[in-house]
Design a protein around this ligand. Structure first.
Ligand code: SF4
Ligand code: SF4
Length: 273
């Protein structure tokens, strides 16, 4: 039975408890300090802030496996506005570009449907990095291996839910069996539409073969920074194999022709002598 998460962004408060829980459970290091000491003025100077509202990660990375996106929408005079929040992570796609691209078999799908990178098999070649349509996976400078959310692989294989879902105080992140989560999502969507939120939509039923971490958004997916037209890279093997076979056939034909020519020349030489 595949398991996953339903992220109902309509009840996310942007508290980031999920981000903290993810860091804590997975032992992920903190980001570099946001301040350095100015050697001339001898005072702390702010560096590497996103400058993007209260979003303190800016992107998913080898050390930030979860990111709470803050989307601020204000009128020019700032008299009207809204904040949209979305807790983002690996989507554990059914057609996973990262898994398709990995040449070593380091990226596996487990019996519960999550996409897991085996750190002892990853060689850090980075093929998976551009193959993820969501910009999720990256290679850690510290380990030299690709790292991303595992869907708390260790927890879920011991009967527990994910750390982020456990920590979320509003129930915005729900962990469970995919069939149950879809029922819950459809019900919530119908409820919001009945309340006049006609822009509400589910993201992840069809994208990349279906996402095992899927979302309810209150606006178009692009507003939340998610791609709307997804092309999932497939295995490169067939194309490269075809090229290899074609190359081998050409070489073989050349070799046979050369062999025949040589044989012919030797026969002629024997006749002459
Ligand atoms: S979101 Fe990206 S990293 Fe996660 S399973 Fe899909 S392709 Fe792989
Ligand atoms: S970096 Fe690791 S996980 Fe990514 S494609 Fe290469 S071997 Fe596979």
């Amino acid at each position: 039975m595949p398991k996953g998460m339903f992220v109902d962004t309509s009840i996310c408060t942007g508290c980031k408890a999920c981000q903290v829980a993810c860091k804590e459970w997975n032992g992920l290091p903190h980001e570099p300090s946001h301040f350095i000491q100015d050697p001339i003025e001898m005072r702390p100077v702010a560096i590497n802030f996103t400058g993007d509202s209260y979003d303190n990660t800016g992107a998913l990375s080898a050390t930030d496996w979860r990111r709470v996106r803050f989307i601020e929408q204000f009128s020019a005079d700032r008299s009207r506005g809204r904040w949209l929040f979305s807790s983002d992570s690996c989507k554990h796609c059914n057609d996973a570009g990262c898994l398709n691209a990995c040449p070593t078999g380091a990226i596996e799908r487990t019996d519960l449907g999550n996409v897991f990178i085996r750190q002892d098999v990853c060689i850090g070649c980075k093929y998976c990095v551009p193959s993820c349509p969501f910009g999720v996976v990256s290679v850690s400078e510290a380990t030299g291996t690709a790292r991303k959310c595992t869907l708390c692989n260790d927890r879920i294989h011991h009967g527990m839910g994910t750390a982020c879902a456990k920590a979320c105080p509003t129930g915005s992140i729900a962990f469970g069996e995919m069939s149950d989560l879809r029922v819950r999502a459809d019900k919530r969507l119908a409820q919001l539409v009945a309340l006049g939120r006609t822009d509400a939509n589910i993201y992840g039923y069809n994208e990349a073969g279906g996402l095992n971490v899927f979302y309810l958004f209150l606006d178009r997916p692009a507003v939340y920074g998610q791609p709307e037209k997804i092309v999932v890279p497939q295995k490169r093997l067939p194309a490269s194999s075809a090229a290899t076979v074609a190359g081998a056939l050409v070489l073989g034909a050349v070799a046979i022709a050369a062999f025949r020519e040589r044989g012919k020349a030797e026969e002629e030489g024997e006749v002459k002598s």
